[in-house]
Design a protein around this ligand. Structure first.
Ligand code: C5P
Length: 435
């Protein structure tokens, strides 16, 4: 797939986090991809990286202040807000998220975000405890309800010495996330279409945590590994084979498991979703990488293979960009089979309770029952991806659950509902069947 970013006008916002040094590399990547890039830095960001660095990399003056009469005489802030096709903030600090979530316009960057109708994307970066704080999680949710897309954060070692969620995604992963949002079409996200109804403010008396206080802790002490999203199989340095999986179902399952007390590792293909609170996320691209990450996360009590793993990869990945030849009428690719991750896990001697998903376009029951037996699964969640309002990219899903019984296959049909609700039901059924 070639890049969908060529010629896009990207306003890169940088706020005051240690990850700001990576924004210079991000600016370079954006330029290399063919974007027009203008940079706006908050006052605090300038303590981490200088405007001169970004000016040298983008070839454009860097804006830092709303009250700069000279800069405003060139391109005023409203013109700048209109100029952008995309506002990308990386890193986005907890403070900036809070200000944006509450409509502040107290510096140039927040003012631009309020004035723009461009697509708005941010890569949060902060200490893990700050990210896990209910205030930050509520702000993240509120920003998403306004149409913001959050890329990451990633989990792992932090500059402050902590380990956990809050690391800014690497610039390459931010670029892929940005490409995905472009590829998903102009109306899929913010795209200038703010809701006309006011977003209700959370009453101060309600718990800010996205986890309801009544959530059962029936997975306390359990270890869960979940795969989610698509895989991306490289053809050459710029192209790949992939699919339309958004990762929403796998992320909903991870959210439910963590809220119910499990220790969760989410092995994720490239998606534009925030890491659920309390979940360890491992980012991968290809099926082979996904299998490696799953194997190093084992053993576990429950394994859920929710990823849309590509069945095939290129037999040989070209080290140079594949070129058209004069008079070519086509291109033949030789593909080779990818490992089956869920079947590999189910075949282990010390196997976890293993759950698969089956996205089908026809003969759902036959295909699902066949996969249940062939992959030796304990449960399979099958859905018809041709059903309107369900499946890939949608927030809703309908499904049929199949599990093996004495000489027969049991089934339960679940009507169309939100993926979070379906995830809770799937987890209920798993817990009922755990030894
Ligand atoms: O692609 P398929 O319909 O066979 O996928 C069914 C299940 O198998 C899903 O749970 C998917 O995550 C898993 N799978 C896998 N590795 C593959 C192909 C599919 O884990 N290579």
């Amino acid at each position: 797939m070639s890049t969908s970013l060529f010629g896009k006008r990207v306003l890169l916002g940088i706020s005051a986090g240690i990850a700001a040094y990576k924004s210079a590399h991000l600016a370079r990547l954006l330029k290399k991809t063919g974007c027009e890039v203008r940079v706006v830095m908050t006052e605090g960001a300038q303590a981490f990286i200088t405007p001169l660095t970004l000016q040298a990399l983008t070839g454009e003056p860097v804006r830092t202040s709303l009250l700069d009469t000279e800069a405003e005489a060139g391109m005023g802030h409203i013109e700048l807000a209109k100029w952008a096709d995309v506002i990308l903030i990386a890193p986005a600090t907890a403070d900036l998220m809070a200000r944006l979530a509450h409509g502040h316009a107290d510096d140039l960057l927040t003012t631009l975000c309020l004035a723009t109708e461009a697509r708005c994307i941010m890569a949060p970066a902060m200490n893990q405890a700050m990210w896990r704080h209910p205030a930050t999680l509520a702000n993240a949710e509120r920003l998403e309800s306004f149409g913001w897309t959050l890329l990451g954060p990633d989990a792992g070692d932090q500059a402050c010495g902590d380990v956990g969620p809050g690391r800014m995604l690497e610039p390459e992963a931010i670029l892929s996330g940005l490409e995905e949002t472009q590829a998903s079409g102009p109306d899929a996200l913010h795209g200038g279409s703010f809701p006309t109804e006011p977003i209700p403010t959370t009453p101060a008396t309600e718990p800010l945590s996205p986890t309801p206080a009544t959530e059962p802790r029936d997975l306390a002490g359990k270890r869960v590994v979940i795969t989610a999203g698509p895989t991306r199989e490289a053809l050459d340095p710029v192209r790949y084979l992939s699919n339309h999986s958004s990762g929403k179902m796998g992320y909903a399952l991870a959210t439910v498991c963590a809220a119910r007390g499990a220790r969760v590792t989410l092995v994720s293909g490239p998606v534009a979703l925030a890491t659920p609170a309390g979940v360890e996320r491992v980012d991968v691209l290809s099926a082979v990488e996904m299998l490696e990450a799953v194997e190093s996360a084992l053993p576990c009590d429950i394994f859920i293979g929710c990823a849309a793993v590509a069945d095939y990869r290129a037999a040989e990945v070209s080290s140079q960009k594949l070129k058209k030849g004069d008079g070519d009428t086509g291109l033949t690719l030789t593909l080779t089979r990818n490992p089956d991750i869920v079947a590999t896990v189910a075949a282990r001697a010390e196997r976890p309770f293993t759950v698969g998903f089956a996205a089908e376009t026809q003969s759902l029951e036959t295909h699902a029952a066949d996969k249940l037996a062939r992959k030796r699964l304990d449960l399979i969640v099958a859905n018809d991806v041709t059903l309107a309002g369900a499946g890939f990219g949608s927030d809703d899903n309908a499904a049929t659950l199949f599990w093996p019984g004495e000489g027969e296959t049991h089934r339960e049909t679940v009507s169309l509902r939100g993926k979070a609700e379906l995830a809770a039901l799937v987890i209920d059924r798993i817990i009922e069947r755990l030894d």
